[in-house]
Design a protein around this ligand. Structure first.
Ligand SMILES: [Cu+2]
Length: 317
């Protein structure tokens, strides 16, 4: 029941145990008294009912003790809440974007990742925003959960205290693939984190890809493969042909597909222009048999990124 994976977890678990302990104590006390009274004062043993009036000492006792208990619960709840709400100055900030149906983590040096990497023992502040509907970022092992609401930013913070990989879930029903809106937080030693932080800088990965592949199409495919993960495309489009809520990317390029444009059915060949339009104006042509679920990527992906994504889709024969 007790987790120490993050500093917040200890506080939350303590308050939870306190409230649970007091509740169990009273449940046992009240149930026991109930049974005792039923047996002791049942009609066969107590044929004549008595009318009992007023007992000042008893009334003071049953008012004062519960008041103190409730105030104790309030006190620990309040100081723990205050602790959870206020990140220490100097906490590392990570921007988190929730969208149907994936998470994006962005670091101050421009790294974008679908996994949250954090250094062991350092405070981390997550700045939460949503691109579409209400989500909720939930890390059960850390005992942190915060709504991610469109049009405003929320935040939460923690200091991870145990190395390892922990689940991140969405805790607010947000549509069809809500249950699959999963990610992970990886707690690594600080040195390892700094290494990851440096080698994954956008400029660093750019240099690396350029060094390895030149500015060739292979580099473009590699970047495209990363983009469909980071941008959350694969929440709906599989890359292995398996059916999801949207057409799979595998074998898509060059295929002929039936779309509904306005209310007319027509056949189109999937080419660069069609994919580009599907990203920027997803509701212009709806593939027959699918729902118009895709949000427009206008202003989200750049022309360069669109080219890379197309190169990647092209490679999935
Ligand atoms: Cu969600």
């Amino acid at each position: 029941m007790f987790s120490s994976a993050a500093n917040i977890a200890e506080k939350v678990d303590f308050v939870f145990a306190l409230v649970l302990g007091i509740s169990i104590f009273f449940m046992v006390l009240i149930t026991t008294l109930l049974v005792v009274f039923v047996l002791k004062y049942r009609r066969s043993r107590h044929p004549k009912a008595e009318n009992i009036r007023g007992n000042t000492a008893l009334e003071i006792t049953w008012t004062v003790i519960p008041t103190i208990l409730v105030l104790i619960m309030f006190y620990y709840g309040w100081i723990s809440f205050g602790f959870m709400r206020k990140a220490p100055p100097g906490a590392m900030e990570v921007k988190v974007t929730g969208r149907m149906w994936s998470w994006l983590f962005e670091y101050e040096n421009g790294i974008q990742s679908d996994t949250l990497y954090v250094p062991y023992g350092k405070p981390v502040k997550l700045i939460l925003s949503s691109q579409d509907v209400i989500h909720s970022l939930f890390i059960p092992a850390f005992r942190v959960k915060q709504d991610v609401v469109p049009g405003m930013t929320n935040s939460l913070w923690f200091t991870a205290q145990e190395l390892g990989t922990y689940d991140i879930l969405c805790a607010e029903y947000c549509g069809l693939q809500h249950a699959y809106m999963l990610a992970a937080v990886k707690v690594v030693p600080e040195e390892e984190f700094l290494h990851w932080y440096e080698t994954n800088r956008p400029e660093a990965t750019q240099e690396e890809v350029t060094a390895q592949e030149g500015a060739s199409s292979a580099g473009s495919v590699k970047r495209g493969e990363r983009l469909v993960r980071i941008r959350g495309c694969i929440a709906c489009h599989s890359t292995d042909g398996s059916p999801r809520v949207s057409p799979s990317f595998k074998g898509l390029y060059g295929s002929t597909t039936t779309v509904i444009t306005g209310d007319k059915e027509r056949q189109v060949v999937v080419d660069d222009e069609y994919i580009r339009r599907s990203m920027l104006e997803p509701n212009a042509d709806i593939v027959k048999g699918f729902q118009p679920l895709m949000p427009s990527q206008k202003g989200v992906v750049t022309e360069e990124e669109i080219r890379d994504i197309i190169a990647y889709i092209k490679s999935l024969k």
